[in-house]
Design a protein around this ligand. Structure first.
Ligand SMILES: *Cc1c(COP(=O)(O)O)cnc(C)c1O
Length: 381
């Protein structure tokens, strides 16, 4: 008999149910595969869920970040403050528009942007701060808003980890100029590939709608309805559109998000409770004032343990642990292009050496969680 215990538990995984599949099939049988009504419906649903008016759905979270930089008018010669503990895409979007990412270190216990270290990095060229809600925990938005206000900087939330997270009871999107989500399959809800910018700002929303479609000044649905052929391209945009097929999946997935967030929080509780009694492994600190969305569950191993050994032993036992992230300024591209080096962000660099992400997704069963814990204990001994 095949033992079920040999099955592999990944670090993250999508959940696609029968009703999700049906929603996609319905669109495939309809008139609109792209540029149709499901895009606007998905945008409205995510914006409403985030407590703001406008959503601009695009082909990826990375495209959404690029749209955001364009909407803010960030360009050559400008600087944007970015935490180094993030996925490379956060900084890449700054480079796409010809600006320079200025890397800031993170707090030792949360790995969130260290707001105290930002002020020293602000220059007359600084245009914006991109805060990253690492692992699903919102940053210190009171402090960030104060700083952004003082220096007249735009505040962007890369909330790709944090759909559904709250700060002092409010959605992150309602506290910033622009908030970014990703719908990649490892994130909270998926459209296969996809992303969105949500905002209260009508002008920027208008700009981003145009930017995602070649910089052309008309929308396809309206054009077809009104029966006019004329359009103008008024600026250089991209084809960052998302299809109705994908948005139908997103709409269906979003309905389950509250339930899935609850499950992620319950899994985090199990890990927290267990790890409290384990020597050499520490969970990240969660601030009192936040509702954590738990995209990831990273832990810090004590420096006496070899992360490499723990990583390999757990992988061999079928537990898909991972590492989030190599600090962005240490990637060869950034070292070469911006002359960044070891020592720029010492807290993140040290944390990275001992970081390990345990599996975290809504489909993990209690038995799966116990197996992760059991294997971790065995490996530590
Ligand atoms: C996933 C992610 C992105 C990019 O999203 P894609 O949809 O994969 O392009 C950007 N920033 C962070 C922090 C992410 O986790």
């Amino acid at each position: 008999m095949k033992s079920k215990s040999v099955s592999f538990i990944p670090y993250g995984r999508q959940q696609v149910d029968t009703d999700d599949i049906q929603a996609v099939v319905d669109v495939l049988k309809s008139d609109w595969l792209t540029c149709g009504p499901k895009v606007a419906e998905f945008e409205d649903a995510v914006a409403c869920f985030s407590g703001v008016q406008y959503g601009i759905a695009v082909s990826s979270g990375t495209a959404a970040l690029h749209c955001a930089m364009s909407a803010l008018g960030v360009g050559p010669g400008d600087e944007v403050i970015v935490p180094c503990m993030t996925f490379a895409a956060t900084a890449n979007a700054v480079v796409y528009v010809g600006a320079t990412p200025v890397f800031v270190d993170v707090e030792v216990d949360t790995l969130l942007i260290d707001v105290c270290k930002i002020e020293a990095l602000i220059t007359p060229k600084t245009k914006a701060i991109i805060a990253v809600d690492y692992a699903g925990q919102p940053c210190d938005y009171d402090a960030l808003r104060e700083l952004a206000g003082k220096y007249d900087l735009a505040l962007v939330a890369d909330s790709c980890h944090a759909l559904g997270a709250t700060y002092k009871g409010q959605s992150v999107a309602s506290l910033v100029d622009l908030a970014i989500f990703s719908f990649h399959p490892v994130k909270h809800i998926t459209t296969g590939e996809g992303g969105m910018v949500v905002t209260r700002n009508k002008e920027m929303a208008f700009h981003m709608r145009r930017f995602r479609s070649h910089g052309i000044d008309a929308d396809h649905l309206k054009r077809q309805q009104e029966g006019t052929w004329y359009y103008e391209m008024v600026e250089l945009g991209f084809n960052y559109r998302i299809s109705d097929i994908q948005c139908a999946l997103g709409i269906s997935q979003l309905r389950k998000l509250p339930r899935w967030l609850e499950r992620r929080r319950a899994i985090a509780c199990m890990y927290n409770d267990f790890l409290q009694g384990v020597e050499g492994v520490q969970s990240l600190k969660v601030r009192m004032e936040v509702g954590h969305a738990y995209h990831l569950y990273p832990v810090q191993l004590s420096s006496s343990l070899s992360r490499e050994k723990v990583f390999r032993a757990m992988r061999e036992a079928g537990i898909g642990v991972n590492v989030h992230y190599l600090p962005v300024h240490l990637h060869p591209f950034y070292r070469q292009r911006f002359a960044t080096a070891q020592g720029l962000c010492p807290v993140a660099e040290k944390a990275y050496e001992n970081l390990l992400s345990l599996p975290m997704y809504q489909g993990l069963t209690d038995v799966d969680v116990q197996r992760v814990i059991h294997v971790l204990l065995e490996v530590l001994n």
